[in-house]
Design a protein around this ligand. Structure first.
Ligand SMILES: [Zn+2]
Length: 452
């Protein structure tokens, strides 16, 4: 039995945090959540119980879920701002890093990137993984060696992983073949993608599998159902990049006579196990299709601003029925507090009005909805039976001093996270990762893959 005493904890169905909460866990699961004031009083075991509980000063949240990651993009941070550029020129720089990686260097880079996430309070990451093969497109001896590197990296970093094995088959909506640095992404066709993906069965407790369709650019329309069916038969989450750029919508209309969302709907891709990533430029009809099918939407606001993508209609999509989750995607920033408040602040910029999302809605996007989008329906709440993930944010830093606990999502940054517990195990204490020297390892891994 492990016990923590949280100065404040944000409990499910509470509009604001509760003071003095005793949280108990066993075998990685929460076994009791007891507010000591006005909510049950002292625990039955008496004061000794409180004496050996770990004190968590500040605000304790459930584990944060980063629902959209490309781990290797962490190497690009600060390196793509020289020219004016756009999404497409950024993508060229990204490809040069992709071409450098092998299973060993990917393990080192992903381990450091995931450890940075742990420091930021992220207890589970969804890796949208398409760097499958060698740089020339030739499979490694173990065709899933790169997937295995990511699983090992998450284990070292102490966080859970949903490996979203991504089908990436063509270079454009009209079916142009992969060329140059893209060749290592491809499996040929969706059946061969499914064969390779099916051969990967890690048994580690910290990993679950899912599928992804890179985008309508990368999977031909007649093969979309193969990928969707593979995920559906196994009850696995399915993710897809959707309408991040207007150019994707234009190309899809030109080739298929319909929007990317309509194309996905027509091929059975949408549904409650599916998450559309970005959805920055949907039409009104697209928003209805996503919402009525209960397709989730993963917003990545810091990446969308970095790449000048635009502002997705978050409130309208939520109203239509799409659960919202959050991702740091390109890792220009790894800070889910920033992603969460951006959902509200971007709506303010667009509408010149305040008050679109409550703090509870932003908390849900960062926690329970993100975990659900990644196939972990038993995480993201401080409630009995859930996974014992705790993220404590200090309320006495220069940023958070004087801020009421309910205002944390509008004041705190990832740097204010002091204590992180994943499945009952402490991964971060006093703001330090217990097993990974994060800045040193990031520097070494990034230097290795960006050398001229
Ligand atoms: Zn992405």
């Amino acid at each position: 039995m492990t016990r923590w005493l949280a100065e404040y904890a944000w409990l499910p169905d509470h509009a604001e945090p509760t003071p003095d909460v005793l949280i108990e866990a066993e075998n990685g699961r929460i076994t009791a959540v007891t507010p000591l004031v006005g909510g049950g009083g002292a625990p039955t075991a008496g004061v000794e119980v409180l004496r050996d509980a770990t004190r968590l000063p500040g605000l304790t949240l459930p584990g944060l879920a980063n629902a959209h990651s490309h781990a290797f993009h962490r190497a690009l941070r600060g390196r793509t701002h020289g020219g004016r550029g756009d999404f497409w020129s950024w993508r060229d720089v990204m490809y040069t890093v992709a071409a450098r990686l092998d299973p060993d260097s990917y393990l080192a880079l992903a381990r450091a990137a995931y450890a940075e996430m742990a420091l930021a309070g992220i207890t589970c990451v969804g890796e949208f993984h398409y760097l499958h093969h060698g740089p020339d497109g030739q499979p490694y001896d173990d065709a899933n060696a790169m997937s295995a590197a990511l699983v090992e990296a998450a284990a070292h970093a102490g966080i859970r992983l949903t490996l979203l094995d991504t089908a990436y088959l063509t270079a454009s909506v009209d079916g142009a073949p992969l060329a140059g640095p893209q060749r290592r992404f491809g499996d040929g066709d969706a059946l061969r993608w499914a064969d390779r993906a099916s051969a990967f069965n890690p048994e580690d407790d910290h990993v679950r599998l899912g599928a992804a369709i890179h985008s309508v650019r990368a999977v031909p329309a007649e093969q979309l159902a193969t990928v969707a069916g593979w995920a559906d038969r196994q009850g696995l989450p399915l993710h897809v990049h959707l309408s991040e750029q207007p150019a994707e919508n234009d190309a899809c209309r030109a080739v298929h006579g319909r929007t990317p969302t309509r194309l996905l709907a027509d091929h059975g891709v949408l549904g409650r196990h599916t998450t559309a990533v970005h959805a920055t430029h949907p039409t009104g009809a697209d928003i209805t299709l996503l919402g009525e099918s209960r397709t989730g939407v993963c917003l990545c606001p810091t990446t969308e601003r970095d790449l000048a993508d635009g502002i997705g209609p978050a409130r309208r999509m939520a109203e239509a029925g799409s659960p919202l989750s959050l991702g740091s995607d390109s890792h220009a920033v790894v800070d889910l507090f920033e992603e969460a408040r951006a959902v509200e602040l971007d709506e303010r910029l667009r509408t010149r009005r305040r008050g679109h999302f409550t703090a509870v809605e932003l908390l849900a996007a960062a926690t329970v909805a993100g975990h659900a989008a990644l196939g972990w329906g038993d995480a993201g709440r401080l409630s009995v039976g859930d996974r014992a993930d705790l993220v404590t944010v200090r309320l006495d830093s220069a940023r958070t001093a004087g801020v009421p606990p309910v205002g944390a999502f509008f004041a705190a940054t990832a740097a204010d996270v002091t204590h992180v517990v994943v499945d009952g195990r402490t991964v971060v204490a006093d703001g330090r990762h217990l097993t990974v020297d994060v800045p040193v390892e990031l520097h070494a891994a990034i230097t290795e893959v960006t050398r001229p």
